[in-house]
Design a protein around this ligand. Structure first.
Ligand code: HEC
Length: 162
């Protein structure tokens, strides 16, 4: 009995509109929603971008929430840091700690960001922003390295003076 019911349902769906509401989506509407990008890059549109271009866009469209270097703000998440923290008591999920594919980052930025206006970025903008978010990880490393150098220099001066 239940087998027959399933068969009827499938046939009803296959037959098309039953309630006479809505309409068939146009090819353009389907195209505009068919935006998934797979980890291997399948689905990526043609386009290009650079981290330098992305940096300017990031400052204009993303930094108010994610901070100038991706460090996050009081209300919004960080995009950098947290590497190696996932298995610990305080996992810090960021692009740096758990986004292994640039293609997934591209897809996410394209479909969901900026938070208040998703879908507003062109493909080239998203290529640039993806490059820029990865570049932030180098800024962070570079910054902490230069801070360490500064600290060591201070320690060295203190030793010399003392
Ligand atoms: C108005 C604030 C706001 C702005 C502006 C904004 N974001 Fe976000 N972003 C968020 C919030 C909130 C989340 C978390 C969303 C969630 O978890 O559902 C997020 C999540 C993300 C994540 C995923 C972080 C993670 O590890 O899960 C990325 C990547 C990201 N944003 C990139 C960007 C980029 C690039 C821009 C600029 C084009 C941008 N965001 C602009 C608020 C913002």
């Amino acid at each position: 009995m239940s087998f027959c019911l399933v068969g009827t349902l499938v046939m009803t769906v296959a037959k098309g509109p039953r309630y006479k509401i809505g309409r068939q989506a146009s090819p353009e509407e389907i195209r505009s929603r068919d935006i998934s990008v797979a980890p291997d890059g399948a689905g990526l549109p043609a386009g290009h971008g650079t981290a330098v271009e992305g940096r300017a866009l990031y400052m204009a469209k993303c930094s108010s929430c994610h901070g100038g270097r991706g460090e996050g703000t009081v209300d919004f998440p960080a995009l950098v840091g947290g590497r190696g923290s996932l298995a610990g008591d305080r996992p810090v999920p960021t692009v740096g700690s758990y986004w292994p594919y640039a293609t997934t980052l591209w897809d996410y930025i394209h479909r969901a960001m900026p938070y208040q206006n998703p879908g507003s970025l062109t493909s080239n903008h998203v290529y640039s922003l993806t490059a820029s978010v990865y570049e932030q990880h180098h800024w962070t490393t570079r910054k902490s390295r230069s801070e360490n150098v500064a600290r060591n220099k201070d320690a060295e001066s203190a030793r010399l003076l003392g």
